[in-house]
Design a protein around this ligand. Structure first.
Ligand code: SF4
Length: 497
């Protein structure tokens, strides 16, 4: 347990993969002896403490390096281990208290595993020598805030932002040149868009998948395929997307960081581009703690969803792999991210969402919303950050089929909460629960339709695909859809970039 950090450690400190020289080992020992008790340091060798309010983010079981996942419990605990506080919540709180919250916007790199377990003090010493020890000390002691910041960054930014990453806190709009998918076209034209999801099959048979795609296709603009939701294996998202493309439906390809390495992500994106997939949604993914036994690794993601957005955006806009190799024919993609407006305080949630927009997100699909009035606080925070005009927002809506499902979502699914009145309505409905669930969904849609900054809905069917037609029709959202191949590339449209 450290001296001033607010939580206990999830894991012991990392160890280097290879045997280091005696001098380096000694320095590493000294570093852990100081930074361990003070900041909860786990010796990741890729130190970010200056950007994370001096609390080590590597205490997060998922190893998130760019902010919290959507899984903070109402008690601000971590859903992977509910006996401990979410370390990212602690980081955000301290950053807000000390006026360092804007530092949380810098897109931070994934670990360089070659450095894991080794010291970073050597890098700091080398960098200080490079700019001049005297200049560094004078700068740090300077009363001029700007000078202090500059000197500080000349040492620490170089360390935390290696050549191969160069993350920043800037907004990087997609290149002009028109929309790349039907979903993007419709959003840009100001249409209130409907997307839905079709549950991937458990087996190799595609009959049911094709039937469900055909069933929802006339009523929606795009179809999501979940990526092993609830950490339960099913047909892969990319296979489902290929089936959808073959059926002339427009897929949204969900990629969960949980099962993705940086190498795998880049290869998959090239493959997705080759298959005609145009919409990609980057999500962290449910931790295996909520999946079936035997439980898979709970304690690490190689790249988080912000890093996924950053990598894919650079592949699309700069034709670059992470290792610097250049390639031809970059994929044309409309990039999305998931967000969980009620996962934590709206002020904190908006910081994470801001970072995703900066990293490359062009649209958000939210977690399930049953209490649309609460959305206003979150939208207000996005507006304050001036990002509401940079992102299209699709609100997650679900038709509840039973009281049991309502309870499960409320109690078990991270980031989803159902107000008491909804739970009571579902309980009271008895055998009419499915009808009550549809009415609740229609009420949510009616409410979000009238909110400024909301651009559509995303119907999460919870395996009830046949209800999509009724929901879309009764909510007055049905519109004739041109086939997938006829998206109007080059259309300017344009409520948002
Ligand atoms: S809730 Fe999410 S971000 Fe917070 S510590 Fe747990 S896994 Fe990490």
């Amino acid at each position: 347990m450290s001296g001033i950090k607010p939580a206990r450690r999830w894991q012991p400190a990392f160890y280097p993969f290879k045997r280091e020289s005696f001098g380096k080992r000694l320095l590493a020992k000294a570093e852990i002896c100081v930074k361990g008790p003070l900041f909860g340091c786990r010796m990741c060798g890729n130190c970010l403490l200056q950007e994370t309010a001096f609390i080590c983010p590597m205490e997060c079981p998922k190893g998130m390096r760019n902010g919290p996942c959507g899984g903070i419990t109402p008690e601000k605990n971590c859903y992977v281990d509910e006996t401990r506080k979410c370390i990212w919540h602690a980081i955000y709180k301290r950053a807000l208290k000390t006026g360092r919250e804007e530092m949380l916007l810098e897109v931070l790199p994934p670990l360089d595993w070659n450095k894991v377990g080794t010291e970073t003090w050597g890098d700091v010493i080398r960098q200080v020598r490079k700019i001049g020890t005297g200049k560094f000390i004078n700068g740090i002691l300077s009363k001029d805030k700007e000078e202090k910041r500059e000197v500080w960054n000349s040492v620490f930014k170089t360390i935390r932002q290696p050549e191969w990453w160069q993350g920043d806190a800037e907004y990087h709009p997609a290149p002009s040149g028109g929309p790349v998918s039907n979903l993007e076209t419709r959003l840009r034209e100001g249409e209130f868009v409907v997307a839905t999801e079709v549950t991937p099959p458990l087996s190799t048979g595609t009959d049911r998948l094709i039937r469900d795609i055909e069933m929802v296709k006339p009523f929606v603009t795009a179809i999501n395929f979940t990526d092993s939701s609830s950490a339960r294996p099913k047909m892969s998202g990319i296979a489902c997307c290929k089936v959808a493309v073959d059926q002339k439906a427009e897929p949204v390809f969900q990629i969960a960081a949980r099962d993705t390495t940086r190498t795998g992500l880049q290869s998959t994106i090239i493959g997705a581009g080759a298959m005609g997939i145009k919409n990609v949604l980057c999500i962290t993914g449910d931790n295996s703690i909520i999946g079936p036994s035997p439980t898979s690794t709970m304690n690490f993601v190689d790249i988080d969803s912000v890093q996924m957005l950053w990598i894919i955006r650079k592949m699309r806009d700069e034709s670059n792999y992470l290792d610097g190799r250049n390639f031809k024919n970059p994929p044309k993609l409309f990039l999305g991210a998931a967000t969980s407006p009620f996962a934590s305080d709206p002020v904190l949630q908006a910081i994470k969402d801001h970072k995703k927009v900066n990293a490359g997100a062009q649209f958000f699909q939210t977690n399930l919303i049953f209490d649309p009035e609460r959305l206003d606080l979150w939208l207000e925070q996005l507006d304050k950050r001036n990002i509401l005009n940079k992102i299209f927002i699709l609100i997650g809506v679900a038709p509840l089929k039973s009281f049991k499902i309502a309870q499960y979502l409320h109690l078990k699914v991270p980031g989803v909460s159902l107000p008491d009145k909804i739970l009571k309505r579902m309980e009271k409905a008895g055998d009419s629960a499915p009808e009550e669930g549809v009415q609740i969904a229609l009420e949510v849609i009616d409410s979000v339709k009238r909110k400024q900054g909301i651009n559509g809905i995303h119907i999460m069917t919870l395996t009830w695909e046949s209800i999509v037609e009724r929901i879309v029709t009764e909510s007055g959202l049905v519109a004739p859809k041109p086939p997938f191949t006829s998206f109007r590339a080059g259309s300017k449209g344009g409520l948002k970039p």
